[in-house]
Design a protein around this ligand. Structure first.
Ligand SMILES: [Zn+2]
Length: 109
């Protein structure tokens, strides 16, 4: 990526990075169960990563964050990210004042 090139969100990854198949285990299973509502996304796991050090974050109402969803390739079993988005999340509305949301810096936070 070029230095001045900005990443564009949301990033969608519709095919398995290993075999190229677009069949996904969780998505297909939810469709078979008719449990996937229109506009709803399947996710094996999903998460939110705060793009801020926790220092001072709890005093702010909204902080930038990356959210992602994953699924599993139905052909080769590869676990991969299907969507990445960037947004502002409300610490007040998220899990215990944001304390359960990991930030990207690792260590204690
Ligand atoms: Zn695959």
């Amino acid at each position: 990526m070029e230095e001045n090139e900005k990443m564009k969100f949301p990033m969608e990854f519709t095919a398995c990075p290993v075999c190229g198949s677009e069949d996904r285990v969780i998505e297909n299973a939810l469709k078979e169960e008719k449990a996937l509502k229109p506009g709803q996304r399947a996710a094996a796991t999903k998460g939110t990563l705060l793009l801020t050090d926790n220092t001072g974050a709890l005093t702010r109402i909204m902080v930038p964050a990356i959210s992602y969803t994953t699924d599993i390739c139905a052909k080769c079993g590869t676990f991969y990210v299907t969507r990445i988005d960037k947004s502002q999340v409300s610490l007040a509305e998220n899990n215990n004042g944001g304390k359960n949301i990991p930030n990207i810096f690792g260590g204690k936070g």
